[in-house]
Design a protein around this ligand. Structure first.
Ligand code: FDA
Length: 395
């Protein structure tokens, strides 16, 4: 087999790898971008329901989880959401804010993937798909890779292999293995931004609510998210659940306030005074979908009777049931449906300015393989762009 020589090899042609390769190519570096998948960009195309939530106007370090919360600051400030938005605008891609600063393409996620591919093309990046790497060794001035394309020699090696979520789209633990091979610590990984599954006793009842979405505040001891909760036939989902799942540990309860806009006790007390003969379920059905109200009353073990028959304490109990619903999930749906992987390459061993391993000259880690995980809402792609950009200036 032939032996190829290049300046930079980027492993993984996802969001971070494509962006980094284009930046390095623009600097005049000869770049090869390798991916084991036949088709690239699967996650970008699927993201944001096919419209790619490509960044968030309010992205800042506080929107990221990491064992070292300071690590992401440098990259995020050197290549910001506004830089990426300018690039998107240069390409004439139409976009809109959906909610909470989340920017989506008006047309299709394809616009973002095509933009990245054009950037790579213009920068002379050689993209090779279906390329399997079997071995990586350090040489005196770089790295030597054994691949299905033959042997490849490079000065800089960028690992952009992402996390473990969605194995169907090409996810693999390869990046973590490379880190370990070169003596870097990998922090334990787990699925994030992922729906909850439920214990059988909860699931049997709540599955009846499948398809119903409610505004809520989802909280645990660390954090709260005011977003929508979605009941599914498998358990609980929706943005509020995905967000809190990244902060959840097995065995912990999650608390939902299902009346985030109004003081439910006050509403119930008013109804008792003004519509004493009205049933509780009727009062609640003005706030919640009917199908939800009846099932919720049964689930919370609350009697349904005319408002006048409730004593003060009982009204408190009704309000508390809806405003402080505490439930212990059974688990999560795991990597099969998770949007991201928490944990990964320990940031203490990387330079936050360049993403290079402190102890291994020329070896870089970017994107989701690193222990930096964003909230739902465009933050993960912003991390891919920012970390990819800073490494792209150095490799
Ligand atoms: P990414 O996973 O994108 O790319 C890794 C690449 O490495 C893949 O192409 C893979 O094939 C390749 N690879 C893996 N192992 C390899 C090996 N052994 N050899 C060679 N190549 C290998 N985020 C966001 O901000 N907004 C959004 O709207 C969404 N939506 C969304 C929807 C869904 C369904 C998912 C699963 C995820 C999202 N995300 C998201 C998260 C976002 O997609 C994710 O954080 C980034 O794609 C991470 O970019 P990376 O480039 O680091 O990894």
């Amino acid at each position: 087999m032939s032996s190829l020589t290049t300046d930079v090899v980027v492993i993984g042609a996802g969001a971070a790898g494509l962006f980094c390769a284009a930046q390095a190519g623009k600097r005049g570096r000869k770049v090869m971008l390798l991916d084991h998948a036949k088709r690239i960009g699967g996650k970008i195309l699927m993201s944001g329901g096919g419209r790619c939530n490509f960044t968030n106007m309010y992205a800042e370090p506080g929107n990221y989880l990491s064992a070292n919360p300071h690590f992401c600051k440098s990259a995020l400030s050197r290549y910001t959401q506004w830089d990426f938005i300018s690039l998107v605008s240069e390409y004439g891609i139409a976009y809109h804010e959906k909610t909470l600063g989340q920017l989506f393409c008006d047309n299709s996620a394809k616009d973002i993937l095509n933009m990245l591919l054009k950037e790579c093309d213009a920068a002379g990046v050689q993209l090779k798909t279906s390329c399997v790497i079997s071995d990586i060794q350090k040489t005196t001035n770089g790295f030597q890779l054994q691949t299905t394309l033959g042997e490849i020699q490079c000065e800089s090696l960028v690992v952009a292999t992402g996390g473990l979520s969605m194995p169907k789209l090409g996810a693999s633990p390869f990046g973590y293995k490379i880190a370990e091979q070169f003596g870097l610590k990998v922090l334990p990984t787990r699925a994030g931004l992922v729906p909850f599954t439920l214990h059988e006793e909860d699931k049997t009842v709540l599955a009846e609510l499948s398809g119903i979405a409610l505004d809520c505040v989802a909280s645990n001891e660390q954090i709260s998210f005011k977003e929508a909760l979605l009941f599914t036939h498998r358990g609980l989902s929706g943005p509020a659940v995905l967000q809190i799942s990244s902060y959840w540990q097995p065995g912990e309860p999650v608390c939902f306030n299902l009346s985030p806009q109004q003081d439910l006790l006050e509403t119930l007390q008013q109804a008792q005074q003004q519509q004493a003969d009205t049933q509780l379920s009727t009062v609640l059905s003005r706030i919640y979908p009917k199908r939800f109200t009846q099932t919720a009353l049964d689930y919370f073990g609350l009697n349904n009777k005319p408002m006048k028959q409730y004593q003060g304490k009982q009204l408190h109990d009704v309000a508390a049931a809806f405003e402080q619903w505490s439930i212990k999930p059974n688990g999560t749906e795991g990597y099969r449906t998770a949007e991201v992987t928490l944990g990964g390459v320990d940031t203490n061993q990387l330079s936050s300015k360049t993403m290079m391993a402190k102890e291994v000259e020329g070896l870089y880690f970017i994107g989701e393989v690193v222990d930096v995980t964003g909230w739902l809402g465009g933050f993960n792609f912003q991390w891919a762009w920012s970390s990819g950009w800073v490494a792209g200036q150095e490799v």
